[in-house]
Ligand binder design. Structure first.
Ligand code: BGC
Length: 917
């Protein structure tokens, strides 16, 4: 990701002669330390400074909380004190924490005088360590948004346009057939709106700050320059939570006529998304809110705002839909409309509307950005004679075009993820308004640049129609994602396993665009189940703290009054989803699992306290649905997407929904046990002793009922599905006398399937651990390294560069199927690879203390990787050569690791260590 590896500063002062730190042995264990890598010149430095989990955030609206990380070449280094200073925009100190003793480096709350709305601040921190060093950061920044609603002076405005009648999809299964071919998007999709306001500034500007939000997605231009974020204001639970953005536009303004120009498109608000391709989910009109707060050198202020004087029009965009794509006719474009001197007398007057400001909120997470851009790999001419751009990697985003053509010529670009067996273009995504097609018409001869804003596609291959003699340099791939910090890397001597981790990362990046989604092309939907299945791996790979905290805020808003938690967050605005079921086990459980896992990773209790009420209400809801202690009623997705229906069930359970019904009651009851067990832990952490008692009793009751009802004496379970055994074992559900038998059944099941996984959505994250923890690490590794279908490495073998929705997306003979090639859910194995092959396991929230215990029995000769924790970077590198194992580890400042050396635990403080055994 862009600019992410750059440290914020390195500035050190050592008050004492640097000395080689002494390794302390906190365990009396014989170990083979080849060398400890501390240099004689110890560095103590600071990096990754953040406010509210974000780097130099703008427009925040909650009190700042500060954090930083420390680096040192020494060993057993810990911070002993810090001093934090906050200055205002004029460089005047407004808060100095003084020297605060302790090793805390995150969660430090601002404790100075009230921060001002629209205020800009700098901060820095000085950290002192236990070796008499100090590190001082460079100045960092943050700015406050509009903290009181009264500061909003702008009016919500709308265009006086009559929108087209929307397409009503009657076919629930349209996503499986090509029925969209008959639908002309132009008949149903509306043109983006252009808004224009010019204003005069005669005084010297000190600072000008623009605030904007919309019903729809907007591009804000100041004197023709695009200043806004991608796809702003993003996707949130709009009724309660609409984000506004803050932009410093001081440099863009001149001291004469200035022009604010906005293009407003449908986005998630009124554009199409979801499996049914339904539009206008949150409203039938789009609206804009924008104000510029001017501060002049002479101390005076002024607010320029959207009001009845704004003019609107439509231009070159015929439509710009989130899912379908963008159609642009240059013949209709209005030249110079964003610039001063343009005559807008024939533009139309806007309508002022009153949507209020109550749901507006400032920045809570990273924005969507272009996180990578590159030229496509190649132009292909298919056997059918098609011209296809291969960008070289399945990605999410768009192509930016430089097009050469003649007046009236129309070119189109259709985006899909795979080619067919013969190498022809293949539509793997079907459904209403899911063509992922951008269309451009020339207004004159020549070369023109065009960026299809306001949409994003999931693709690797682009079918080009109406254009010849293509050159890859005329196209730029712009990868779009919420711009989060990468926190995990992995490589190994097995290139397929290394590729698998890369594919997992790619699918994560692809499915974290404003919200976590199931897939970026077909649905773009925030399915809660997908997120809970994947959350541990997500946190290894990226710093998702702000992103998921924001999403959980939405989930709290979406929880139903009876405590049910929806399958999707945000919920679709129209009750048009697939099967009208809005709550299921394993999906709603995200309300407990996601915050629980986040607390383990980030050690921030606020995640638990913020969400505790939601969790409890969810648990109470299940109790109302359950029969006694089993949740075996109502609709369930069960162990969704079991790869192979066992022969004995084939006749009666032919569809995926039959299979859902078959596994539903057992799986829902197992998930009930799982969430209950997490609630015990959470309640303990928060000191809620009554709840600890309540959930402990409840778990006991669920376990007993489960074991009695679903597990026979010989360990046979009902239903007889691999995932059901996996859940039972890993969640410790069988009574003591049945445990061995259940394990026997699971192992037999796996052997009978030729050492293949046959787990569905909810059990797959538990599969390898269930085996590993019960003494079958060999079988766990066999499944991990399996390369025939269904397996992780089969996908890699078949050329996958992202994670697929189904294990058999491409058949052995190369035939692809209609499905998503970018679903992160089955990437949940990434977590196992980090924990078992690198052997990196947290033993205290935030990795304050952790274990490094690589398993060398996987058949690999070498593995290495890193994980950036809240304390700093852990790295592990091991290699087996000439019957010797070399292990190199690095332990962050302020933490303690238990490193297993030749099977024996060695406790070390921070530093770098090499071992050979
Ligand atoms: C999505 C899944 C989701 C599921 C619900 C699918 O269409 O792509 O990932 O969780 O529906 O079962």
């Amino acid at each position: 990701m862009k600019n992410r590896t750059k440290m914020n500063q390195i500035k050190i002062s050592a008050n004492q002669n640097n000395q080689r730190a002494i390794t302390i042995f906190l365990a009396t264990v014989f170990m083979f330390v080849v060398s400890s890598c501390s240099s004689s010149k110890e560095n103590y430095s600071m990096y990754d400074l953040k406010v509210n989990d974000l780097t130099n955030p703008t427009g925040i609206d909650v009190q700042p909380t500060f954090q930083w990380k420390l680096n040192s070449d020494g060993q057993n280094v810990a911070q002993t004190a810090y001093q934090l200073i906050v200055n205002d925009d004029d460089g005047k100190e407004i808060w100095n924490s003084g020297k605060v003793n302790g090793d805390r480096t995150f969660g430090i709350a601002y404790d100075g005088p009230t921060l001002k709305s629209n205020g800009f601040y700098q901060w820095k921190v000085i950290s002192f360590d236990n070796h008499n060093h100090q590190a001082e950061s460079e100045w960092q920044s943050f700015s406050m948004g509009l903290l009181e609603n009264g500061l909003w002076q702008a009016n919500w405005i709308e265009a006086t346009i009559v929108r087209k009648q929307k397409y009503v999809n009657q076919d629930k299964f349209a996503f499986q057939n090509a029925s969209q071919e008959a639908i002309d998007p132009e008949k149903f999709l509306d043109a983006p709106l252009y808004f224009r306001k010019s204003f005069q500034t005669n005084k010297k500007i000190k600072r000008a700050t623009a605030y904007a939000s919309a019903h729809g997605v907007y591009n804000l231009y100041v004197n023709g320059k695009l200043v806004s974020e991608e796809l702003a204001p993003g996707f949130t639970v709009y009724k309660d939570y609409l984000e506004y953005q803050q932009y410093d536009i001081t440099k863009e303004l001149s001291q004469n006529e200035n022009v604010l120009g906005v293009i407003l498109a449908d986005g998630w608000w009124s554009g199409t998304w979801g499996i049914m391709g339904v539009g206008e989910q949150y409203g039938t009109t789009n609206a804009l809110l924008c104000q510029v707060m001017m501060e002049y050198e002479d101390g005076s202020t002024e607010i320029i705002k959207t009001d009845e004087n704004v003019k609107w029009n439509t231009g070159g965009f015929t439509y710009a839909d989130l899912s379908e794509g963008v159609k642009f006719d240059a013949n209709n474009e209005i030249t110079g409309w964003m610039l001063s001197g343009f005559d807008d007398t024939d533009w139309k007057a806007v309508k002022v509307v009153n949507y209020g400001y109550a749901n507006l909120k400032g920045r809570r997470a990273e924005p969507v950005r272009i996180v990578q851009s590159f030229h496509p790999k190649e132009i292909i001419h298919s056997p059918k004679g098609e011209t296809i751009i291969n960008v070289g990697q399945n990605i999410v985003g768009r192509l930016k075009y430089r097009l050469t053509g003649k007046k009236g010529q129309t070119v189109s670009f259709t985006h899909m993820e795979v080619l067919d067996k013969e190498g022809n273009f293949y539509k793997n995504i079907l459904g209403i308004f899911k063509s992922q097609k951008d269309v451009y018409t020339f207004s004159e001869d020549g070369t023109f640049e065009f960026t299809p804003y306001f949409t994003f596609h999931g693709f690797q291959y682009v079918l080009v129609e109406g254009l010849e003699n293509l050159n890859v340099n005329d196209f730029t791939v712009e990868v779009l994602a919420t711009d989060m910090q990468r926190t995990g890397t992995f490589s190994s001597s097995d290139s397929n396993l290394t590729q698998l981790q890369q594919n997992i990362f790619r699918s994560q990046q692809s499915n974290m665009l404003s919200i976590p989604t199931d897939c970026p092309q077909r649905e773009k939907a925030g399915w809660t189940g997908d997120m809970q299945v994947y959350v541990p791996t997500a946190m290894y790979n990226m710093d998702v703290k702000a992103f998921l905290s924001k999403w959980l805020t939405g989930l709290r808003y979406e929880q139903f009054p009876d405590g049910a938690v929806p399958d999707m967050c945000p919920r679709p605005g129209k009750n048009a989803e697939m099967f009208d079921n809005e709550c299921a086990a394993g999906w709603g459980d995200a309300a407990v699992i996601v915050p629980y896992r986040m607390y383990q990773e980030y050690a921030d209790k606020k995640i638990l306290t913020d969400n505790y009420d939601m969790m409890k209400r969810w648990m109470n809801y299940i109790a109302t649905q359950a029969n006694g202690c089993l949740w075996n009623a109502g609709f369930q997705y069960g162990d969704w997407l079991v790869p192979k229906t066992p022969d004995k069930y084939k006749d009666k359970y032919s569809s995926i929904f039959d299979m859902a019904a078959l596994s539903g009651p057992t799986v829902a009851s197992a998930m009930y046990a799982y969430s209950t067990s997490l609630m015990i832990d959470i309640a303990k952490t928060l000191g809620k002793t009554d709840d600890v008692t309540l959930y402990t009793q409840q778990l006991q009751c669920i376990k007993e009922a489960f074991s009695n009802k679903y597990i026979a004496k010989d360990g046979m379970m009902e239903p007889d599905l691999q995932g059901v055994y996996v859940l039972a074992l890993d969640l410790d559900l069988p009574s003591a006398d049945k445990k061995e038998a259940v394990k026997g059944q699971l192992v037999a099941n796996i052997h009978a399937g030729g050492n293949h996984l046959n787990t569905g959505f909810l059990s797959v994250p538990f599969l390898l651990d269930a085996l590993y923890d019960k003494g079958h690490s060999d079988l766990a590794f066999k499944i991990l390294m399996q390369d025939t279908e269904p397996s992780w490495l089969y996908e890699v073998k078949m050329g996958a560069n992202t994670m697929w929705e189904s294990w058999d997306n491409i058949a052995e003979d190369g035939t692809p199927k209609v499905a998503s090639y970018n679903h992160f859910a089955f990437g949940c194995v990434g977590d196992f690879i980090y924990r078992r092959i690198l052997g990196l396991q947290s033993s205290e929230p935030g990795y304050k203390s952790f274990v490094i215990n690589p398993d060398y029995s996987s058949g690999l000769a070498q593995a290495s990787g890193t994980h950036e924790t809240v304390y700093g970077q852990i790295s592990v590198e091991w290699e087996i050569k000439n019957n010797k194992t070399q292990l190199k580890v690095s332990v962050p400042v302020g933490t303690q690791a238990t490193v297993y050396v030749d099977g024996k635990p060695v406790v070390v403080g921070s530093g770098k260590y090499n071992y050979e055994f």
